[in-house]
Design a protein around this ligand. Structure first.
Ligand code: FAD
Length: 456
């Protein structure tokens, strides 16, 4: 008997329960990845993620070849391609990881139907893409946790499965054709500073981060210029690093930094369990608050300035330029930039989320949309009216102005005292500073900033 393992957001060989089950069930397997045009049509196939994906696939193929196998890549409708491969390989079983988005759920249902109508079986494995599967812990009377802290308590007490070793050998069924792997070089419009993808690089980063920086994570995770977070988000998003293994290794490391890191991984699972229970929140407000977002020409101009990093608020502009350059943004930058767009400019969170998804290498429906909703006040935040003042945030999390200087070269010559408020410069200093005036005034003392020109 042969089997197929369908790779989706789990592009690794270590700690892969679906791959392990496929290998255990069969003599030969087909490790398959399908490039589905439906993903391209959804607008989700952004260049930065396509480039990172190409690295991940190349690395997965290399890892399989080291073990005597290879990766089979096909382009087309996932159901049709998988069905054709299962027939060609004479596979009775197909194994894959469970997904939490509506797209992933629909795909699973279609696959199950197609395979079962042909006498084959689909096995969908939980706990491959998240440490704790969505729905594994629930509060009484609901299918998901709506508040993070009680979720965290239950999540932390939940026993985790032991991470699996990578297989030693993989025998691939003969006679199954593969297309050439997509190449990173063929992807255009990729951010200059995009990292290298793949399991090997992800594991190297996890190891070196846990041994070198994890201990200082709790104190330094908000330090914009220090950049002391793990940078593992894209590896986790593509499944090049296992979330379960990352939590295990953080727990084994111990200490306040590693615990704080594990807590962040819990945020990832938290958003996944919300999206799994409420898939419509990828676009619809989780908690509608009767917002009447600004939409006219002025709002569009503000949105453009925000996207381009020209709002006149240095820390916001620095964050937006980091996003364009690296395809990644520091979490504190994401919070400040998202709060500025939704609370200060009062522009719909969906506009900001779309721009982030166009660029983020870790762009993820659950984490991106639900973090945006959290900041916009339509999500799971228990204090939906909180507003981040970009000047105070800049002074607090970039006290010396190093982050702003790195990303906004027009302000590189300014001292820490004025760098977060360059509009206060006067005379020749002001004339020499080629940087826009703030596009909006901040109304001091208000719980919610109000747009200086009113809502259009
Ligand atoms: P670390 O600080 O080292 O954290 C470790 C891991 O924990 C991260 O890699 C990530 O997987 C997870 N994590 C950390 N913070 C969060 C969080 N708030 N929510 C969910 N998971 C978290 N993260 C994404 O992975 N994809 C996104 O598309 C995304 N969009 C975001 C949009 C907004 C508006 C905001 C405020 C946050 C967003 N985040 C997103 C969460 C967070 O900013 C990133 O995960 C983090 O900055 C990635 O850097 P890191 O790997 O160094 O994180």
């Amino acid at each position: 008997m042969n089997s197929v393992v369908l790779f989706t957001s789990d592009l690794r060989l270590h700690d892969h329960p679906a791959l392990r089950a496929a290998l255990a069930a069969a003599h030969d397997v087909v490790p398959l990845f399908v490039r589905d045009p439906a993903v391209d049509r959804s607008g989700f196939a952004a260049p930065n993620r396509l480039a990172f994906l190409a690295d991940c696939l190349a690395d997965l193929d290399a890892g399989l070849r080291d073990r005597g196998g290879r990766l089979v890549v096909r382009t087309g409708d996932t159901v049709a391609e998988l069905h054709a491969v299962a027939r060609q390989a004479d596979a009775d079983e197909v194994h894959m990881a469970a997904g939490c988005s509506r797209f992933a759920r629909d795909r699973e249902a279609r696959l199950r139907h197609a395979l079962e109508s042909d006498g084959r079986r689909l096995y969908v494995h939980d706990g491959v893409t998240t440490a704790v599967p969505p729905g594994a812990v629930t509060p009484q009377g609901s299918d998901h946790f709506a508040v993070f802290t009680p979720y965290f308590r239950r999540w932390a007490a939940e026993p985790l499965r032991t991470p699996l070793a990578a297989p030693r050998a993989v025998r691939v069924a003969g006679g199954v054709r593969s297309e050439a792997l997509p190449s990173r070089a063929s992807v255009t419009d990729v951010s200059e500073g995009l990292p290298t993808g793949g399991e090997r690089e992800g594991r190297r980063r996890l190891g070196s981060w846990l041994s070198r920086l994890a201990d200082t994570y709790e104190e330094r995770h908000d330090d914009l210029a220090g950049d002391a977070t793990s940078h593992l988000s894209a590896y986790l998003h593509f499944g090049a690093v296992s979330a379960t293994e990352a939590v295990h290794r953080a727990n084994a490391r111990g200490g306040t930094g590693a615990s704080a890191f594990a807590r962040q991984l819990c945020w990832r699972d938290f958003h996944h369990q919300v999206l799994a229970a409420r898939p419509e929140t990828a676009t619809a407000d989780y908690r509608p608050r009767q917002d009447h977002w600004r939409r006219g020409a002025e709002a569009q101009a503000d949105l453009r300035a925000w996207r381009e990093g020209r709002t006149g608020y240095p820390v916001v502009d620095a964050a937006m330029r980091q996003l364009a350059h690296e395809g990644w943004m520091h979490n504190r930058g994401r919070l400040i930039a998202a709060s500025f767009l939704t609370k200060t400019l009062y522009v719909d969170w969906r506009e900001g989320a779309r721009h982030f998804l166009d660029l983020l290498v870790d762009g993820d429906v659950a984490n991106n949309q639900l973090n945006w909703q959290w900041v916009a006040g339509t999500g799971t935040d228990t204090r939906p009216n909180r507003v981040l003042n970009p000047v105070l945030q800049g002074r607090k999390y970039d006290p010396h102005g190093a982050y702003v200087r790195r990303w906004v070269p027009e302000l590189a010559g300014l001292p820490a005292g004025t760098i977060h408020e360059p509009w206060k410069l006067t005379g020749p200093e002001r004339d020499a500073c080629d940087y826009p005036d703030p596009i909006v005034a901040l109304a001091d003392g208000l719980a919610r900033f109000r747009h200086a020109r009113g809502r259009d």
